[in-house]
Design a protein around this ligand. Sequence first.
Ligand code: PMP
Length: 394
Amino acid sequence: MDFSQEVFLTKLAPTSPYPFLISIERAEGVYLFSPNGKKYLDMISGISVSNVGHRHPKVVEAIKNQVDKHLHVMVYGEYIQAPANLLAEKLSQLLPAQLNCSYFVNSGTEANEAALKLAKRVTGRTQIVSCRKSYHGSTHGSLSISGNEIKKRTFRPLLPDVTFIDFNVEEDLRLITDRTACVIMETIQGDAGVRVPSKNYLQAVRNRCDETGALLIFDEIQCGMGRTGKLFAFEHFNVVPDILTIAKAFGGGLPIGAFISSYDKMQLLAANPMLGHITTFGGNPVCCASALAVLNVIEDEKLLGTVEAKGRLIESLIQHPKIKEVRRIGLMFAFDFDSAERVNRIVECAKQRGVICYWFLSHPHSFRIAPPLTITEDEIRLACSVILTAIENS
Ligand code: PMP
């Protein structure tokens, strides 16, 4: 019953007709273990979540310590609790001065929803500018600002007053005006197949926002937390957003997100209307304890300094004439092939041989690699040889 495929397929609501359908009983480091003894090397980190590996001992220890003290005691924003305090303090030390105030939520999409509300509240404006091909989440607001029309069509009406621009195209920035509440973009577009903008572009976005008074929101839900070799991807570009959203790897395997801005802006959430943004579980103490441990592990193990060399090693090992293009920053990869069918065959073949790769939501003829940042050179060599064989056989 525990791992019954029938229960999974009939009693749990699906997200697609083609679930991955492997059973996982245990996970450790870069490995996932099936109840039948099969082991998988996880080259996608549960989609950019397990950046410090699965069940990092320091993360598990922090969770256990907190479980022994207290779980949920009150909704967000009322009681003083050590885990949220310590996490907020740590983030403000790690981030530029204007990002000194955090609001903890439960997921990525929720962080983006709240960031949009904050931008409207701060500016008194309604227009939102977002990018084509972006992915910001699945709830109504985040779906409204995501670029994939096929995913949106059925759910209209969505948010009004959203304008789309092409990512990394400077001419489109003229569509940001003094009516614009905010511009939201992924610093690195993830589900569009790893799109890295030019330095000039992000600086031009920042300038245009400053000229028009629009707030700049960077969604680093996928590309943050060390994935690109910097703790936050915007550090590569010398550009600081007005609001930063994070989630996924932030919690080290527990659900937590955050939107982070300046103290002054955040104060507005408490007035006109009071309680204008509230959440029951935001700042959950166990999740906050886990997130703080993740930040400490990234720092103590000096993981950021290892990311680029590991990324280069993977890039040098996975070379094959069938690969049309590789896009990479740090340990975030897209490999393009000639068709989605070939990508499916490669992903399936790698899975059979014990290595997990995956595709992208909005770019099905690419496959994705985003391993835990803790992966070793030996593990990289092993995974890459399996992936090469999968490419060769597909
Ligand atoms: N933004 C980006 C860039 C993402 O990659 C994702 C998740 N793939 C989200 C937002 C939504 O996060 P969540 O699934 O936690 O709601």
